[in-house]
Unconditional design. Structure first.
Length: 113
């Protein structure tokens, strides 16, 4: 059974940092591109960052220079390092392996003073 489990969310003040993790099981993690998405209240789900099997990355303009996506294939885990967080980054964050249709439960990030 394929499973993705996100963790690392929480409440942080503006300007703070968080590191999200996405642990995959039941799947050969290394052969899939991975993406981090977020869904804020009242907004559509947004693709935030992607990383290919080979490690090439891409980001939505609003997070460029602040967020870093990475992966550790030996640990079947992906990461999203989020720095200089802003209130508009508040959302539930999800990871997804491209083409699998599998989603985790998400992890809530709240940026507020």
């Amino acid at each position: 059974q394929v499973q993705l489990v996100e963790s690392g969310g929480g409440l942080v003040q503006p300007g703070g940092s968080l590191r999200l993790s996405c642990a995959a099981s039941g799947i050969i993690f290394s052969i899939y591109a991975m993406g981090w998405y977020r869904h804020a209240p009242g907004k559509q789900r947004e693709l935030v960052a992607t990383i290919t099997r080979g490690g090439s990355t891409n980001y939505v303009d609003s997070v460029k220079g602040r967020f870093t996506i990475s992966r550790d294939n030996a640990k079947n885990t992906g990461y999203l390092q989020m720095n200089s967080l802003k209130p508009e980054d508040t959302a539930v964050y999800y990871c997804n392996l491209d083409g699998t249709g599998v989603w985790g439960q998400g992890t809530l990030v709240t940026v507020s003073s």
